[in-house]
Structures are given as structure tokens and as C-alpha cells.
Design a protein around this ligand. Sequence first.
Ligand code: HEC
Length: 438
Amino acid sequence: MLVFKKNIFRLILCCCGLHFFMTIPVYSQGITYNQHIAPIIQTHCVSCHNPNGVAPFSLMTFTDVSSRAKFIGFVTKTKYMPPFKADNSFQHYKNENILSPEEIQIIQEWVNSGTNEGKRVSKKQQLTILDSHVNKIQNTGILPQQVNISVGMSKSFQITEVGKEEFRFFHIPLQNKDPHYIKSIQFIPGNKKLVHHSRVMIDTTGEIAGIDGLSETDTNIYKYQTKPLADPFLFGWVPGNDQISFPEGTGKLLYPKSDFILNMHYSPSPVETSDSSSIRIQFTDKPVEREVVTLALTESNISNQPFIIKANSTPTFYMRSPLIPEDISLISIMPHMHLLGKSFKAFAVTPAGDLIPLISIPEWDFNWQMTYTFQRYTLVPKGSVIYAEAKYDNTTANERNPNRIPKDVGYGWGTKDEMMNLVIYYVKYKQGDENTVL
Ligand code: HEC
């Protein structure tokens, strides 16, 4: 009887929207920057919000944070920051950065109760905390002594038009004689304030050389976008997603005669400036037991063709993989759409009918596309099929719609064209993979 009453009580509380108070201690009396807020900001924000970071301002000190308290309260409550778009109740990732409901609530209470600083830690202690974070920030990436290839744009790209968003393609020749296995790939934006995102591809045909600096609005683009790429998505870079490393004993084959193709997205610049971005590669130092394979589902895998998003429509497209021919272990996943994309979901269905969640992005954000690495190898048994569904909105209700008067949109490399891709990296299954943390 007592249990019953308790449940009713809980139910009423939930219905009243007081759910937080059931599960979260109320701190507002004593929430301080030093005790409660600094650890949250240092764990979730300073990797980008530091003086050398990709974010427009630093959040390393009390003054930095308290002077923007209201704004921080807003961007964390609306989940705009930290920028991580995948739903972690569907699947977990190694590079996950999400505030818990408790952390969001603590920030709210701190903002509403007057942003107290609390007992100061000594200058020395404060410096130690900051130092350890700065070290952590600088130590991400491939160490200089481990770099096997370091290549950049042949000449820096001049941004001469102020206030204009730019989408440009670049060709970085590598022309390696021998095949190699890649352990890590790192993309280094030359102009951190301007490079918004970048997609790294591999071409082995040698026929894309003319693309250097080509704007996506140049009609010559059509010559290139049908060339079969050896690797259509080696890596997708966004701020905070600086590198991908493959697990011990595995490596990604870099074909002989490879060239990098970069698709760069630059934010509008307030001044004339330039960019010279580069790529670093580390090869595996041990023999590779299992090769990392790319499974790329593209527009040709769509089951409800044609892939045309009619003006003023909100269609959903479905794609399916061929039968998976052997037991495999997934390493990472990367969905890709452009500005009309609204949501994306992918899962595998096993021959026994079980569903394996892979990724769900409930609110697609063109600006924050990344490679999601699973926390552990995700096993997909032989005979499974991988399904994906993508929703698009080509109406005026979509704020990102590049056409003020909607028009029919189909496949293409340009940002105003559309795509539906799902790129998965996997290896052949080996016993014990299910327990291997990536
Ligand atoms: C992965 C890198 C990254 C992380 C982690 C990150 N930010 Fe940001 N943040 C950015 C970038 C880049 C911008 C500027 C571009 C934008 O607004 O989208 C930004 C912008 C902001 C803005 C200004 C928003 C606006 O509309 O101008 C605030 C406030 C902010 N971040 C707070 C935070 C807080 C608080 C956290 C941690 C809870 C955080 N950020 C974590 C990269 C990051």
C-alpha cells in the first residue's frame, strides 16, 4: 500500500514537471563557481574554449565564465553547447561530450542565484588545474616524432571577399609509391577562426588534380563529382574532432598513388585573410592483423528512388546495405547530409530479427558533422542488413533552406544540392571484440 502511495506521489510530481527535484539534489543555496561550475566547464568546454582553441572566446577563468553566465545558461539549456548531435540514449560513443540533466540544472541554479565565485583556490592550485588542461589540449593529436606524412595545401588560399561563406575544393598530391597502413589521421585547420568543417577524401585516379581552390559554385565541379573515389570519406573534421585513430592491431590501407581531396567550408570572414590547412598521418608501427574496411552507403543504396527532394515537400528516404557477408565489428560511423537534412537514423537488423542501434541524430545540424567512434566494437553478425532513414525539409519552415523560394533539389557536391551518405569503418570480427573498449 505504501509503495502504491509513493508511486502516486512520484507520478504527480512528474506530471507537475518537478521531476528534477526527485532525482537531483537542490544546490541553489551553495552553488559556487569554484566548487561546482569550474569542473563542468573544464570537462565539457575548455577543450575548444581556450586561448588557442577553435571557439571564439576562452572559458578558462571565473571572469571569462561569469561575464557570460546568462549566455552559458542559455546555450547549455538549449543543448546548443557543447556541440554533440547524436542521441546517447540510442548509442554511446568514445568522443561523446554531453552535459547530464544534473549538470544543466546546476548551471541554471548558479546563474539564477547570482554566479557566486565561492572559496578561491590558491593561485598556485588554479594554475595547476589550468596547466593540466592546457597540456591535455596540446597533447591531443599525433606527436611530432610519430608523424609519417605531413602535407598541406600547395599555396595558401586567399579569402578576398569579406563576409562571404566559402565552399572550396583542394587537391593535395601524395603520390606514394607503396601501400601503407594508417594508424591515425589528423586534420589541422590553418585558420582556426575560419575553417568551419572539412571532409577529407582519397583519389587514386589522378584526374582530380585540377580542382585546387575550385569553388563549389563553379560549373566545372560536375566534371569531378562523378569520379569514383578510392575513399569518399577518409575523415570528417569539425572543431573538437581533430583526429581519428584506429584500434590496436588494425589499420586503414592507404593505396599507392593516393592524393588527398579536401572539401573545405569557411565561415564568413570579417577581414581579408588566408588559410593553409594540412593533414598529418601516422602509419601503424606493428603488423596489421585486420584491415579497416569502409562501408559507404550512398544515394544508389536508396530504396525509394528517385533521390529528388521536391520543392515544398518533407520526404523521408530509406537506404539499405547488401547482406553483411561475415561477422563484423564496427569502429565508427558518419552520416552525411546537407542543409535540407532534418534527422538521420541508422540501425542493423540481424537474421534473428534483433535491432542493433547505430546512430540517431534527431536534429540534424549541417555545421556539426563528425565521425562518431563507438565506445566498444559494435558487432554486426553475418546476414544482417544495415538500414538508414533520413528526413528532409524543403519548405520555407526550414530556416537553413538555401532557397528562399523552395525548388527541387537532387544529388550533388554543392551545399545547395543534397546527399544521403552513411560511412562505416569496420574490421572482421575477432573473438573478444565485444569487450574491447576503443
Ligand atoms: C567542440 C568544440 C566546443 C566545445 C566542446 C564547446 N564549444 Fe562553445 N563554441 C564552439 C564554437 C566553434 C563556437 C562558435 C560557433 C558557434 O556559435 O556555433 C562556440 C560558441 C559558444 C557560445 C556563443 C554562442 C553564440 O551563439 O555566439 C557560447 C556561449 C558557448 N560556446 C559556450 C560553451 C559552453 C558553456 C560549453 C561547455 C558546456 C561549450 N561552449 C563547449 C565550440 C565549442
